[in-house]
Write a protein that binds this ligand. Structure first.
Ligand code: PHE
Length: 468
């Protein structure tokens, strides 16, 4: 029997859309999107992001899902099946999730730690200065938390495409949307008077978030907003790391890809928008405009616990809901990262799901240990080409996101746009009889605009282009 016949598939388009949205909605939506929106002129960033999502993001997402469904292969083998000699791109696309998986599990472990702290009533202690650093530099606890997170991810992946990925996404994603929506509404109702007697409200914070701020905007500044939005979008849609190829390979041939892709994009963008509506008003109310400069781990694990503590009794409850929501977002993303690797090993080496998963777990564990040690016994400070001071986690993040992902995406555009021609993807999309509405746009985007924008992004990450 051929592997094609045995291949699992999502039971229907809702299962696929929720699994793919589960991958797309992750830490990036929650800790990076709001920060970039606040930094880049609020509504201006939102508009730029939306336009790019409908053009640039749509092109990459469509290409990868179509490649997956057409080849019925995961990234490691899909590219060589599409065109002999292009297998190297599959290898690169498969190495990206291998690098991301370990540190994503470590961060997932941090989220579990904070959720537990809020559940057990220690949220106040978690808000104290030095708590976060104390925790991540500890010898044992971060490792234990990483292992717990990894165990849950592995459990879901081991159950397979239907009983694992699909069924968990169908439960976790709707709950996530309810939570993020509920907290966002709550965020807009709060107000706070600080020590100097200034009262700020969540509603004012929301206005700062959505109303475009053109003050002092230059052409150079605008390009930097475009670059920020593009880098974010790219990461947020989980493209260029084989995930959407793997998930696309589980989509049935009669499914309407156009509709599903639209829904995934809308889902991801809506959750990112809601995350901003949840975080920016809260940060503004309790910390003012200066507080909005925090991003990444320091936003989530330092600023927000302080805000929950300042909310009083209700803060503990909000904290629990918030970290539960972040945990769901991180889990479904980590599941997709692991699946891209597991599916690749299964396809390439004809391994069972169990064997492929065990190998992947070992990679995640070894890498995860290294990331944890990066904060204590292996601590060092390294300055990246983009100027950031980095430890092991940041270096892995930089190599995968800033260097390898743009390379994989540029390679994919060249392969589809020039070597095989866009009809490869267009025929696949139209196979089920659905109308490919943005076909002309797709052709122009995949051949010209997307690779050029990606190249600029790559050169900027490498520190070669510094003007924007
Ligand atoms: N797309 C996810 C986010 O926005 C991140 C992610 C990265 C998911 C890598 C899977 C793999 O946070």
């Amino acid at each position: 029997m051929s592997t094609e016949k045995k291949r699992n598939s999502f039971s229907g388009s809702i299962g696929f859309v929720l699994a793919a949205a589960g991958s797309a909605v992750g830490l990036g939506n929650i800790w990076r999107f709001p920060y970039l929106a606040a930094k880049d002129g609020g509504g201006l960033f939102l508009v730029v992001y939306l336009v790019l999502a409908l053009t640039f993001g749509f092109t990459l997402l469509t290409s990868e899902i179509a490649i997956g469904r057409k080849t019925k292969q995961s990234p490691l083998t899909a590219y060589s099946k599409l065109k002999s000699g292009w297998g190297f791109l599959g290898v690169l696309a498969c190495i990206v999730p291998m690098i991301i998986m370990p540190y994503y599990c470590v961060i997932g472990g941090w989220v579990i730690k904070y959720l537990v702290a809020f559940v057990t009533g220690e949220g106040g202690i978690a808000a104290e200065d030095g708590y976060f650093t104390g925790f991540i530099t500890a010898n044992v606890e971060p490792i234990v938390m990483t292992v717990i997170f990894l165990a849950v991810v592995a459990f879901i992946v081991l159950r397979g495409v239907n009983k694992g990925i699909e069924s968990f996404s169908k439960v976790l994603m709707p709950i996530l949307v309810l939570l993020v929506f509920g907290i966002a509404v709550f965020s807009m109702t709060i107000s706070h008077t600080d020590a100097s007697g200034v009262t700020r409200s969540g509603l004012d914070g929301f206005k700062i978030y959505v109303i475009p701020n053109f003050e002092g905007l230059t052409v150079k500044g605008f390009f930097s907003v475009v670059m920020d939005a593009m880098g974010q979008l790219f990461y947020s849609l989980s493209v260029a790391m084989g995930i959407m190829i793997a998930y696309g390979s589980y989509v049935k041939d009669d499914a309407n890809l156009v509709k599903s892709i639209n829904q995934i994009e809308i889902f991801d963008t809506a959750v990112a928008f809601l995350a901003g509506a949840m975080i920016i008003p809260a940060v503004y109310t309790f910390m003012g405009t200066e507080g909005m400069a925090a991003s990444g781990p320091s936003l989530m694990f330092v600023s927000l616990p302080k805000i929950f503590a300042a909310m009083g009794g209700v803060g503990r409850f909000v904290g629990i809901l918030f970290f539960a929501m972040v945990l769901f977002a991180a889990l479904t993303s980590a599941v997709s990262i692991m699946e891209a690797v597991v599916a690749s090993f299964m396809d390439k080496f004809r391994l069972s799901r169990l064997k492929a998963s065990l190998i992947t777990i070992v990679i995640a564990l070894v890498g995860g240990l290294a990331v944890c040690f990066g904060y204590n016994i292996w601590y060092f400070e390294y300055t990246l080409p983009n100027g950031a001071v980095a430890q092991i986690l940041d270096i892995m993040d930089y190599i995968s996101n800033n260097v390898m992902m743009p390379v994989v995406a540029i390679g994919t555009c060249i392969l589809i746009g020039w070597v095989l021609k866009p009809k490869t993807v267009i025929e696949e999309v139209e196979k089920s009889g659905c109308k490919f509405g943005r076909k002309q746009l797709y052709i122009v985007m995949v051949r010209f605009v997307t690779p050029v924008l990606l190249l600029i992004l790559l050169l900027k990450s490498l520190g070669i282009v510094t003007v924007i």
